[in-house]
Design a protein around this ligand. Sequence first.
Ligand code: HEC
Length: 138
Amino acid sequence: MKMNAWAAVLLWVSGSLMVMGASAQTRVDFGKRQYDANCAVCHGPTGKGDGIYVDLLKRPTSDLTTMARRNGGVFPVAWAFEVIDGTAGSGHGTRDMPIWGDEFRVQAEAAVEANYSAFYVRGRILALVEYLNRLQAR
Ligand code: HEC
């Protein structure tokens, strides 16, 4: 049976609103939750590079809280996005930083329809970028 497209859109919107409503109530910080689960092992709970894996890395992690300061006071949004996504950084193969764009894509394709995975990956990376912006030393 073919589902009416509008019914599908409505279902999706109401589902999203329910999720957003639940988040507002329980104050889920998606960026922080992802950071704590995926990034803190290397970058440390505060972003300053005090993670438990630091001794295993070939080169030290950068201090994520000074990204804005090192860029003339402006948080480098595009750079942060590309380093996390894997399109920028120290080059294929040699970088210690995992390619999160690929990792999230694999998770997305396992969880939802492939068509949505690009949006899903971008959303997760943007939540991380927004969280890093809040970590900036002012
Ligand atoms: C396995 C260790 C490791 C993990 C896990 C890790 N990183 Fe990194 N990250 C690094 C290293 C090392 C660098 C320094 C550049 C390089 O060598 O690739 C770096 C660099 C960065 C930079 C560039 C900082 C700058 O000053 O320009 C950003 C942004 C960043 N990481 C964000 C993240 C986010 C967000 C996550 C979690 C989704 C994460 N990292 C997880 C090791 C890691």
